[in-house]
Design a protein around this ligand. Structure first.
Ligand code: G6P
Length: 611
C-alpha cells in the first residue's frame, strides 16, 4: 500500500513523479504529495487523488531535477493534507516518503518529543525523518550515515526515499519488507514501488533487497547493507511493454483486464503446454519434483482473490493428484503456530508478490523447514524471490484493484501443477491427462466466446443494480467461484454479497431469501448438477430471484431460472476458468450502472504491503 516515486537526473523531476504516481495509484489513493528541490525544499500535499495534487503545485517549484512523490493508503492518521507524505524534519530541510509501517513509532516519537521535536501529523512515518535529523544534529555524519543509523533503530516495514536541501545531488532510498525498484538511465535514476513508473525511461532496474540502502549521488548508484557493507547490485532487464500498463481504448483497466484473459491464459500456457505432443511442463516444478511427489501435504497460503484461487487448488490437487491440501489465510496462518513438517510444501499465491501477510507466512514456514513454491504475477517481486521455486502466471500487469486476469492465471498455473503431479504420481492416467490438457488448451477460445456476447450479463446488471444484497451459491469446483463472484461485487459496487456452498445455504442464508434477493447460482452441468437443481428449487420456493450460470444448451436450470448466462462446456475441473468470467462482468456492469469508480474502489488498495 502507498506508492512512492523518486527521480534524480537531468530532466525535470515533477512530470516524471506525477506520471509515476498516477501509475501507482492502484496502491492507494487517499492523498498524495511531492517534495522538490528548487532553491530550497518545496513540499506540496493534498487529500484526494494525484490529479487533485497537480492543481496545488506552483509552477516555479516544478523546475527541479530532484524530487520525491507519494500516493497514500492511510494506516496511521486519517487521510488529510497534513498526514499526506512527504513529511519534513523540524528544520524543514529534509523530506521523506514512506511505504510500510513503523511499529515502534510511538516510543521513538516520545523520545524525540522529549528532545524538543514537534510533530505535525499523526503518521508513523514522520518519526523517521525527525530521527534522521536528530542523528545528524548529534553526530557529525553524512545524511547517508544518519539514515542508516535511523533505520537500525526502526522496527517495522519500510520503503523510503529521503532528500535534503543541503545536498541537491543526492537521493537516499532503503527497503525492508516493502518493495523498491531503482531504474538506471543515462546519468539519471528513478526509484519506485514497482517498475511501472520507470518502464518508459529505462529497462535496466535493480530490485533493492531487504536491509539495503541505495545512495544515489552525483550520477552514481551505491548499494549498501544496513550494516554498511557495500553490495554489488544485480541489474535486471525489464521485459514489460509500455502498452501493457495503459488502458488501450477500454474505459477502465478492469474491463481491459477481463477482456485480456484469452491472451493472458495463452501467455501462461505458452511453451509449457503443447496439447498435440501431450507435453506439459513447469520448469519451476522440475527441480522439486521429488519433493512434490513425496509431499505429505500441500499448504496454500494467500489473501483475497488469491486465496480463492487456493481453494480451487484444493479441489484440483485432491482430485487429480490425491494429496492432502490445506488452504490458509496467510494472516491467520502466520500467527497460529501451525504444525509444519519438512516434507510439506507451502505454495504462496500472490498477484503482486508483495502482500505482507503472505510474505511473512512463507518466511515463517521456511524457517520451519518447508519448501516454498511461489505462484506470482509480478516478476522479481518479494514473494517470488523469497520462494525456493515457483511459476509465474505471466498475466501481464494487473492494474484494476479488483483482480480478474490474475485469478484465472493463478488457476491456470495451479491446474498445470496438479496435472503434472497427478501424471507423475500415477493418480492420473496418460489418457485422462491427455484429455485434460486438450481441454485446458481450449480454455482461451471458450473465454473469448463468453466475452463476444455479454448482452445477458448487461441485462442482469441493469435489472439488479439497485439490489442491496446478493447471494452467490456454487458446489464443488464452483464453490470458490461463488466466493470470488461475491467478493468482486462487494469490492467495486459496495453491494453486500455473500458466497456460500449451495447446500450450506440451508444452514443460515436461506433466512435472507425473499422476493428482493438475487441469488446467483454457478451451475454448469457437472457431477453436482442434480443437487444444485434442488438448491435452486429451495430458493424459488421462497421467491428469490434466480440468476444461473449454466452450460450452453442445458435446459432444466435454464427453464427454472429467472435469468441465465450460458458458458461453453468444459471438464469439471476447468470450470472455474469459465464460470468466473460472467461474474467478473456482472460486478463490473453493476458497478458502472451505480456510478462507482471500478478501478479505484473506496478504501481498497491493490497491493497490501501492511499486515
Ligand atoms: C488486495 C487486492 C486483491 C488481492 C489481495 C491479495 O486485497 O485488492 O485484489 O486479491 O490483495 O493480493 P496478492 O497480490 O497477494 O494476490
Amino acid at each position: 500500500m502507498c506508492g512512492i516515486v523518486g527521480y534524480i537526473g537531468k530532466r525535470e523531476a515533477y512530470p516524471i513523479i506525477i506520471k509515476g504516481l498516477k501509475r501507482l495509484e492502484y496502491r492507494g489513493y487517499d492523498s498524495a504529495g511531492v517534495a522538490l528541490l528548487n532553491g530550497g525544499l518545496k513540499v506540496f500535499k493534498k487529500k484526494g487523488k494525484v490529479s487533485e495534487l497537480e492543481g496545488s503545485v506552483s509552477a516555479d517549484a516544478t523546475k527541479s531535477n530532484l524530487g520525491i512523490g507519494h500516493t497514500r493508503w492511510a494506516t496511521h492518521g486519517e487521510p488529510n493534507d497534513i498526514n499526506a507524505h512527504p513529511h519534513v524534519s523540524q528544520n524543514g530541510k529534509l523530506a521523506i516518503i514512506h511505504n510500510g509501517i513503523i511499529e515502534n513509532y510511538q516510543s521513538l516519537k516520545t523520545e524525540l518529543e522529549q528532545k524538543g521535536h514537534k510533530f505535525k501529523s499523526q503518521t508513523d512515518s514522520e518519526v523517521v525523518i525527525h530521527l534522521v535529523e536528530e542523528i545528524l544534529l548529534n553526530n557529525s555524519c553524512s545524511l547517508e550515515e544518519a539514515v542508516r543509523l535511523a533505520l537500525n533503530e526502526i522496527i517495522g516495514a519500510y520503503a523510503i526515499c529521503v532528500i535534503s536541501e543541503d545536498d541537491k545531488s543526492q537521493l537516499i532510498a532503503a527497503r525492508k519488507g516493502s518493495p523498491l525498484v531503482i531504474g538506471i538511465g543515462d546519468g539519471e535514476f528513478f526509484v519506485a514501488s514497482d517498475a511501472t513508473p520507470i518502464i518508459e525511461y529505462t529497462n535496466n532496474v535493480v530490485y533493492l533487497d531487504d536491509y539495503e540502502i541505495a545512495i544515489i549521488r552525483d550520477g552514481e548508484l551505491i548499494v549498501k547493507s544496513i550494516e554498511d557493507v557495500i553490495k554489488t547490485p544485480f541489474i535486471h532487464k525489464l521485459e514489460m511493454e509500455l502498452e501493457s500498463i495503459e488502458k488501450g481504448g477500454f474505459p477502465h483497466f478492469m474491463l481491459k483486464e477481463i477482456y485480456e484473459q484469452p491472451k493472458s491464459i495463452r501467455d501462461c500456457l505458452r511453451g509449457r503446454l503443447i496439447a498435440t505432443d501431450s507435453h506439459l511442463n513447469l520448469n519451476g516444478m522440475l527441480q522439486f519434483m521429488n519433493k512434490f511427489t513425496n509431499a505429505e501435504r500441500l499448504i496454500f497460503v494467500a489473501c483475497g482473490t488469491s486465496w480463492h484461487a487456493g481453494l480451487v487448488a484444493e479441489y484440483l490437487f485432491e482430485d487429480i493428484a490425491r494429496v492432502n491440501v490445506e488452504v490458509e489465510y496467510a494472516s491467520e496462518f502466520r500467527y497460529r503456530n501451525p504444525v509444519i513438517r519438512e516434507n510439506d510444501i507451502v505454495v504462496a499465491i500472490s498477484q503482486s508478490g508483495e502482500t505482507a501477510d503472505t510474505l511473512a507466512a512463507i518466511e515463517m514456514a521456511k524457517s520451519k523447514g518447508a519448501t516454498i513454491f511461489g505462484v506470482c504475477n509480478v516478476v522479481g517481486s518479494s514473494i517470488s524471490r523469497a520462494s525456493h521455486a515457483g511459476a509465474y502466471i505471466h498475466a501481464g500487469p494487473e492494474i484494476g484493484v479488483a483482480s480478474t486476469k490474475a485469478f484465472t492465471g493463478q488457476v491456470t498455473v495451479l491446474t498445470m501443477m496438479a496435472l503434472i503431479l497427478g501424471l507423475k504420481k500415477g493418480t492420473l492416467t496418460e489418457n485422462r491427462f491427455r484429455e485434460l490438457i486438450f481441454a485446458l488448451d481450449q480454455i482461451p477460445n471458450k473465454i473469448q466466446k463468453i466475452l463476444d456476447d455479454t448482452s445477458s450479463v448487461k441485462k442482469i446488471a441493469e435489472t439488479f443494480q439497485f439490489a442491496k444484497n446478493f447471494l452467490y451459491l456454487g458446489r464443488g469446483y464452483n464453490f470458490p467461484v461463488a466466493l470470488e463472484g461475491a467478493l468482486k461485487l462487494k469490492e467495486i459496487s459496495y453491494i453486500h454479497a455473500e458466497g456460500y456452498p449451495a447446500a450450506e445455504m440451508k444452514h443460515g442464508p436461506i433466512a435472507l431469501i425473499d422476493e428482493d434477493m438475487p441469488v446467483v447460482f454457478i451451475a454448469p452441468k457437472d457431477s453436482t448438477y442434480e443437487k444444485i437443481i434442488s438448491n435452486i428449487q429451495e430458493v424459488k420456493a421462497r421467491k428469490g430471484k434466480v440468476i444461473a450460470i449454466v452450460t450452453e444448451g442445458e435446459k432444466d436450470i435454464f427453464n427454472m431460472s429467472d435469468y441465465v448466462v450460458e458458458i461453453p462446456a468444459t471438464e469439471e475441473c476447468l470450470q472455474p476458468l469459465l464460470s468466473s468470467i460472467p461474474l467478473q462482468l456482472l460486478s463490473y456492469y453493476v458497478a458502472i450502472n451505480r456510478g462507482c469508480n471500478v478501478d479505484q474502489p473506496r478504501n481498497l488498495a491493490k497491493s497490501v504491503t501492511v499486515e
